[in-house]
Design a protein around this ligand. Structure first.
Ligand SMILES: Cc1ncc(COP(=O)(O)O)c(C=O)c1O
Length: 267
């Protein structure tokens, strides 16, 4: 990954003079090595347990290997539809209906991607135009800001507040950050890295902010199945008023801890 502006990349073409080497101007000069790369390298160097990047210390489920093997032998090794294998999208729609009681059309509202990071980036790139403001609640997963920058968007940062309830979103401050140029609000529940979850009252506050506007919501719900203490995962899928203006991103990687072939879906 290019980490500095004007990084020189040695492009081997023919034996031209060195002056023909092109200069690659990174579009993300402020983005350095990710914290995941850093921590994984340190864990490997020191033989430490790698808590920085979900590295399972157990083998892949044998039944999963058997199913993958069977599928490949059955000839399921061709390019799928760009939006994902129809049967898989149907199964995802059925899962969302069973868990959140929300009906999504598998053919037009479910898209399978190569990981949640790709889904997040795709959602941002497809709806954020240069100059659009994107409200991001901090701290936030690393990929949001670079994707917003690539889209030409302007990140508007709103910090979580720490109180008796742990980390919460200050909806009054978030509402104050909304201008006529606001295009997208990114939420993440359960939240990485604080572990806090949004409650029904949070969803109502969010609904009050976006009602009547053109603001789209990008709801990162990759940890949807890691909710504890009897709390319920408040997916935006449960709230029709929010769902109609939302991308919801889930992750096979987080849900099933499938390593090797990471996939995610967005609806
Ligand atoms: C909040 C959040 N969203 C998205 C992702 C990316 O998920 P995936 O591994 O499916 O790309 C992560 C990974 O750590 C994450 O913590």
């Amino acid at each position: 990954m290019a980490t500095r502006a004007c990084a020189r990349i040695a492009v081997r073409t023919t034996s031209r003079s060195p002056t023909s080497t092109p200069v690659l101007h990174t579009r993300l000069p402020a983005v350095g090595t990710t914290i995941f790369s850093l921590m994984s390298a340190l864990a490997s160097e020191h033989g430490a347990v790698n808590l920085g990047q979900g590295f399972p210390d157990f083998a892949c489920e044998p039944a999963l290997l058997d199913h993958v093997d069977a599928a490949m032998r059955a000839g399921h090794n061709q390019y799928p539809m760009m939006t994902g294998v129809p049967a898989l999208r149907g199964a995802i729609a059925a899962k969302i209906a069973a868990v959140y009681g929300a009906q999504y059309d598998a053919a037009s509202e479910i898209t399978v991607t190569a990981g949640a990071t790709q889904a997040l980036t795709t959602a941002i790139l497809c709806c954020v135009h240069p100059g659009d403001e994107v409200i991001v609640i901090e701290p936030a997963y690393d990929s949001y800001l670079p994707a917003i920058t690539l889209a030409g968007g302007v990140p508007v940062l709103v910090s979580m507040q720490l109180g008796e309830q742990g980390y919460t979103v200050p909806w009054d401050r978030l509402a104050a950050a909304v201008t006529p140029r606001a295009r997208l609000i990114v939420i993440n529940t359960p939240h990485n890295p604080t572990g806090s979850v949004l409650r029904a009252a949070d969803m109502r506050a969010l609904g009050d902010i976006v009602r009547g506007s053109d603001i789209v919501i990008l709801s990162d719900e990759v940890y949807e199945h890691m909710v504890y203490d009897g709390a319920r995962h408040e997916s935006v899928s449960r709230y029709p008023e929010l769902a109609e203006r939302s991308f919801v991103v889930s992750s096979f990687g987080k849900t099933y801890h499938v390593k090797g072939e990471f996939q995610a879906w967005t609806h």
